[in-house]
Design a protein around this ligand. Structure first.
Ligand SMILES: O=P(O)(O)OC[C@H]1O[C@](O)(CO)[C@@H](O)[C@@H]1O
Length: 534
């Protein structure tokens, strides 16, 4: 296409929303009018599905749940007065609690004010709060936030070492919708132990955000924690940033959560329009469908040219991949759907993997996120008439052009500024696009059956560990790994048992491995003393 035709295509397809000061450019996606026309009926159905979902239909049939994240920013849309009131009350509870914490009215026993927040959670109970912190937390927030989002002992140690002198003024949020996620539980227990080691009563520091009557909820009540906030069963983990899960950590950092909700609400309004060209989420989704051919044919590379949006791709990775990555469609057909998402930020990534994007395997489409405002105030010049921001902007345009020249498609999302309003809008945009995409490819976007397999397998490994240590103690003499597996009654699990023993030995858990470490079958395993791991 020559430059005049491209300029025309750019204008024909440009979406602009005045209230949001938001642009979406899909002109560098190679679809034609015939494709758009052919997609019409599929989109009509997607719009209808979305209407039903917002009206309170059971949009997550496997889990027999409604899907109501859109109601969080417009409680009037909630299908019952009770749900509406719950949303309003929770928001009020978040704001009241935050004001009390900021003023010192709610304070820890040994300190006049809380100074830090430690958020313990994983997946949807961490990624949104982490993204928002990175994007819009003030440089000097009233409370500095830290995260434990894994069961990695070194990761936990690092955070606790950082907070050691301030545990007495740290507010600990334990966030888990199910209230039973092991990584989160482990973090919670280790942090409680850290409080006990400092002779501090942990309960007046701990706050739960969880589903009603979950294990976490019951524990928080039994131990008399400082506060609890609800997580509703009709909000999925990956769409929970605008529930208490994301709003409480954000508010505690001094972020304007009403603005986040307002931005999301405005975007929700824009993405309700049942016309592809006038609906930015539909345009995004049309582009994804075109690139992927409705199958998992391409990856989505997210390239925000703004440091503060670094974690957006990580946040979207869960939102898109946990929603779209499904083996079966709604009719039970095997479809292996998915869109792999990755990316960090431009122009930094230009000095890493953009080489492959430009010249290597064309298995992706890019999404540039452009922020018009370089910084607050006037920029110094780095050379005559040119600022650092001019470079950033030029590098974005240049990369987009270089990709296009080599037949690599791209989308460009443009906002004026990264602020609570636009961050809320971006979250809402992608939530809606994922919902539409699921309709187009006929899958349930709101369950995650695949995650359960890994969780069950991990539980089975821990069970094998307990049984193996028991056998070793009873044997009272060294056993080869295969003898051990046989005595445990799990010969087919010999490799897993070998790995368990190797891990216990390295961590001084009372296991001795003798023999050639490079030849696992030569190893003899025994336990010392009472075998601490048993
Ligand atoms: O909030 P929870 O229940 O601890 O779950 C954390 C994450 O685990 C998952 O259920 C899957 O591993 C995610 O969907 C969820 O965001």
């Amino acid at each position: 296409m020559d430059s005049a035709a491209l300029w025309q295509r750019y204008q024909d397809w440009l979406y602009y929303h005045e209230g949001l000061d938001f642009y979406l450019d899909v002109s560098r996606m190679g679809f034609d009018d015939a494709f758009v026309e052919a997609m019409g009926p599929k989109f009509d159905k997607a719009f209808q599905d979305m209407d039903a979902l917002e009206g309170g239909a059971i949009a997550n049939p496997d889990e027999n749940r409604m899907v109501g994240h859109y109601w969080l920013r417009d409680p009037n849309l909630a299908p019952t007065p009770e749900l509406r009131q719950d949303i309003i009350d929770t928001l009020a509870q978040i704001e009241t609690f935050t004001a009390q914490v900021h003023s010192g009215e709610v304070h820890p026993p040994a300190s006049a004010k809380f100074t830090d927040v430690l958020s313990i959670g994983i997946g949807g109970s961490a990624l949104g709060p982490q993204f928002v912190k990175e994007a819009i937390s003030p440089i000097f927030p009233p409370l500095a936030i830290h995260f434990i989002d894994n069961t990695d002992p070194t990761g936990i140690d690092n955070i606790l070492a950082k907070l050691k002198d301030r545990l007495s003024s740290t507010l600990v949020l334990v966030i888990s919708k199910s209230g039973g996620t092991p990584e989160t539980r482990n973090g919670m227990i280790e942090v409680q132990k850290a409080y006990e080691a400092e002779n501090l009563d942990f309960a007046p520091h701990f706050v739960a955000i969880t589903g009603q009557d979950s294990n976490l909820d019951l524990r928080a009540k039994a131990e008399g924690w400082l506060a609890s906030f609800p997580m509703y069963d009709w909000v999925g983990g990956r769409t929970s940033e605008l529930s208490a899960v994301g709003l409480l950590p954000a508010a505690l950092q001094g972020i304007d959560i009403r603005q986040m909700l307002a931005g999301a609400k405005e975007m929700d309004g824009a993405t309700r329009t049942p016309e592809i060209k006038k609906n930015p989420a539909a345009l995004l989704c049309l582009s994804w469908y075109f690139a992927c051919k409705g199958k998992a044919e391409k990856d989505m590379v997210i390239l925000p040219y703004k440091d503060s949006l670094l974690l957006f791709s990580r946040y979207l990775q869960q939102l898109v991949m946990e929603s779209i990555g499904k083996e079966k469609d709604l009719d039970g057909n095997t479809v292996y759907q998915g869109i792999a998402v990755y990316g960090n930020k431009g122009s930094t990534d230009q000095h890493a993997y953009v080489q492959q994007l430009r010249e290597g395997v064309p298995n992706f489409f890019a999404t540039f996120i452009e922020v018009l405002e370089d910084r607050e105030g006037i920029s110094p010049e780095v050379e005559a008439g040119v600022t650092s921001g001019d470079y950033l902007s030029g590098l974005l345009q240049g990369t987009r052009e270089a990709l296009y020249e080599n037949n690599r498609d791209s989308i460009t999302v443009t906002i004026r500024q990264v602020n609570p309003y636009t961050v809320g809008a971006l979250i809402a945009l992608y939530e809606r696009a994922v919902g539409f995409y699921a309709s187009l490819v006929n899958i349930n976007a709101y369950h995650q059956p695949g995650v359960e397999a890994g969780k069950k397998a991990a539980a089975a490994i821990l069970d094998l560990q307990t049984r193996s240590l028991l056998v070793l103690r009873e044997a009272g003499k060294p056993l080869s790994v295969s003898e051990l597996a046989e005595k445990v009654g799990a010969s087919e699990q010999v490799e897993a048992i070998y790995k368990i023993m190797r891990h216990l030995q390295v961590n001084q858990r009372g296991v001795i491995l003798e023999g050639n470490l490079g030849q696992p079958s030569s190893l003899m395993v025994s336990v010392t003393g009472d075998g601490q791991g048993a």
